[in-house]
Design a protein around this ligand. Structure first.
Ligand code: FES
Ligand code: FE2
Length: 367
């Protein structure tokens, strides 16, 4: 007989100390009811990264995307204010903005031509004379919360959510010295992975546990024994001193500086920094068995002279990602096996995973 949602949720004990703790149950990674619950209680209530501030500088600049399966659009107004709306026409629900990004002076629905201002107000409806009891002021695009931090733009579908700053908590202070807003986007790579989004996050948060086994190249530049794990608020920082390597020349040449900084912010954002380098990983759940991970690669110098170096650096990142991707898909198969229910956690390495599982459990168990 299939377990009820209540049974599934209560089978995770979020109060166990790390030395006694289990992972969240395997069913949380495979059951579509949990995936839908996450859409409503996690992704519809947390701040989600949707754009870079550099994409939304001038009046009329817009970015359209989806958050928790909801179509949304972020627009810079003529008054300079940044606004976000559900990208759903109030007439018959078509997407008003159909390009992923661009600049416009008016937002016009492609279906029947209704027009909205950059502030979301309904400006015009062709052939609508004679319609009674229709209040144009009540039929603008529905607004969504939007706030920025560093070079990133976030939205939150929950009108009652805390501010972005409060949500990020200690992360704001921790990231500030790294100067990430001075970096420039070089390339985006998108990976469709046959695993639950949490498998990807768990893999990221295992405190370097898998690095010596799965990422031999990356392992050659990290001082694995000195790897630290720091949990606070809704973020985990994994950090490692860097060592010189001649074992793997491409990795050694493109992963530089004193330390590697790997930030994870609940629920689905990672920010990885080396000297003059950042990549962000944004994990989007597709369904219980699939996720998409968007990698954005940033560098301090994106001029033509640095193109080759930057491209090589992206390739190094891509190789690590390919190694992770294979194991994540393998884990998803294992989680579906009758042989597995939940696993234990390494006290030395896997505190970040426990933080993730506790935050998630708190959200899923909330009313
Ligand atoms: S659905 Fe947008 S104008 Fe009809
Ligand atoms: Fe990895």
């Amino acid at each position: 007989m299939q377990a009820t949602i209540e049974q599934m949720l209560s089978s995770y004990n979020d109060r166990a100390p790390l030395s006694e703790a289990f992972t969240i149950p395997a069913t949380w990674y495979t059951d579509p009811r949990i995936a839908e619950m996450e859409r409503l209680k996690v992704f519809s209530k947390t701040w989600q990264l949707v754009a870079r501030t550099s994409q939304l500088q001038a009046p009329g600049d817009f970015v359209a995307t989806r958050v928790a399966a909801e179509p949304i659009v972020v627009v810079r107004g003529t008054d300079g204010a940044l606004r976000a709306f559900f990208n759903v026409c109030r007439h018959h629900a078509a997407a008003v903005v159909t390009q992923p990004c661009g600049r416009a002076s008016i937002l016009q629905c492609p279906y029947h031509g209704w027009k909205y201002g950059l502030d979301g107000a309904l400006k015009g409806m062709p052939e609508f004379e004679g319609v009674e009891n229709f209040d144009r002021a009540q039929n603008g695009l529905l607004p969504i919360r939007v706030e920025t931090w560093e070079c990133f733009v976030f939205v939150n579908l929950d009108p009652n959510a805390t501010s972005l700053r409060e949500f990020l908590g200690g992360l704001v202070k921790r990231v500030a010295p790294l100067g990430i807003s001075n970096l420039h986007l070089f390339e985006r790579r998108t990976y469709d992975i046959h695993c639950n989004w949490k498998v990807f996050v768990d893999n990221y948060l295992d405190g370097g546990y898998h690095v010596p086994h799965l990422h031999k190249g990356l392992n050659s530049v990290l001082d694995y024994k000195q790897y630290t794990i720091e949990n606070e608020d809704r973020y985990c920082l994994q950090s490692s001193p860097m060592v010189a390597s001649d074992e793997d020349s491409a990795t050694g040449a493109t992963r530089k500086g004193d330390r590697a900084w790997y930030f994870w912010q609940y629920p689905n954002l990672m920010i990885n920094c080396y000297e003059g380098y950042m990549d962000t990983n944004y994990v989007v759940p597709v369904d219980a068995d699939h996720c998409t991970v968007i990698f954005d690669f940033y560098f301090s110098d994106v001029s033509e002279a640095h193109r080759e170096y930057n491209a090589e650096s992206v390739n190094v990142g891509n190789r690590v990602q390919d190694e992770d991707l294979g194991i994540c898909e393998d884990v998803q198969r294992g989680l579906k096996s009758r042989a597995y229910a939940a696993g234990r956690l390494s006290v030395r390495r896997e505190a970040g995973e426990q933080l993730f599982h506790r935050l998630l459990a708190a959200d899923l168990k909330s009313k």
